[in-house]
Design a protein around this ligand. Structure first.
Ligand code: AMP
Length: 249
């Protein structure tokens, strides 16, 4: 079995986002970037499947600027076998990413695509579903457990009411939720080894996909600052304030 893992380069989740002074977007100058956290979980799951002997090859793929190579090197250092970079300076929307991934799937014929449920920069939560739909493949989204049996893959999904387990015919697309696993750190020897692993480069034009954005960002604002709270001495004081100051009772 071959597994394709899309990984997106995003602003590191520890960074406090700054909005550009003209409100046109998020300031990315000198900001630490990293692999989207849900994609780290996807790489980890693919590696676990390989280590169990259920897969032979794990391929990481990223769509983005030349710097997205760093994200692919992280995936390779975690243990992926090789990587593909689809290089573009354009901001890529989920549909464009899904179309590019579809082309990569047609080239590579993986049995599974394991990807994040959502990128933490755009919070779209769309790409996996769009890819499965474009391919006509089964999809198991928000996975918190993945098990194989009888030529099928059982995916336990985190849904509002609890957990739901679906059996997918392969090939299939799986998107990861937070509790699926805890991603490993790349060790120094593996970081060194990853430098020698191959990264194949392509462009959207090579794949015949138009990535022109369809959405225009009108403005970006920071959320309003929270006002300081107040500690009250007693329940009576709280009720009094709710009645007479906040006007909610
Ligand atoms: P989204 O639909 O944008 O929230 O992204 C969901 C998932 O799609 C991410 O967790 C990634 O696995 C994948 N993805 C989105 N954009 C890219 C990209 N530019 N390169 C590689 N994978 C991506």
């Amino acid at each position: 079995m071959k597994i394709l893992v899309p990984v997106k380069r995003v602003v590191d989740y520890n960074v406090k986002i700054r909005v550009k002074s003209d409100g046109s977007g998020v300031d990315l100058a000198n900001v630490k970037m990293a692999m989207n956290p849900f994609d780290e979980i996807a790489v980890e799951e693919a590696l676990k499947i390989k280590e169990r002997g259920d897969a032979e090859e794990v391929i990481a793929i990223s769509i983005g600027p030349a710097k997205a190579q760093d994200t692919l090197r992280t995936a390779l250092a975690m243990g992926a076998d090789r990587a593909i970079l689809i290089k573009t300076e354009e901001t890529t929307e989920p549909l464009a990413v899904a179309k590019l991934l579809k082309k990569a799937v047609e080239d590579e014929s993986p049995d599974l695509v394991i990807m994040g449920k959502q990128a933490i920069d755009d919070d779209c939560n769309q790409t996996g579903q769009m890819l499965a739909s474009l391919l006509g493949w089964a999809q198991g989204t928000f996975a918190s457990k993945v098990e194989f049996g009888d030529g099928k893959v059982n995916v336990t999904r985190e849904i509002d009411g609890g957990l739901e387990t679906v059996a997918l015919k392969m090939p299939a697309v799986i998107t990861t939720d937070l509790r699926l696993n805890e991603p490993r750190y790349a060790s120094l020897p593996n970081i060194m080894k990853a430098k020698k692993k191959p990264i194949d480069e392509k462009t959207p034009e090579d794949l015949g996909v138009d990535v022109t954005p369809h959405i225009k960002t009108l403005s970006v604002e920071e959320p309003p600052k929270r006002e300081a709270g107040e500690i009250v001495e007693s329940v009576a004081e709280l009720v009094d304030k709710l009645k007479n100051e906040a006007g909610v009772l």
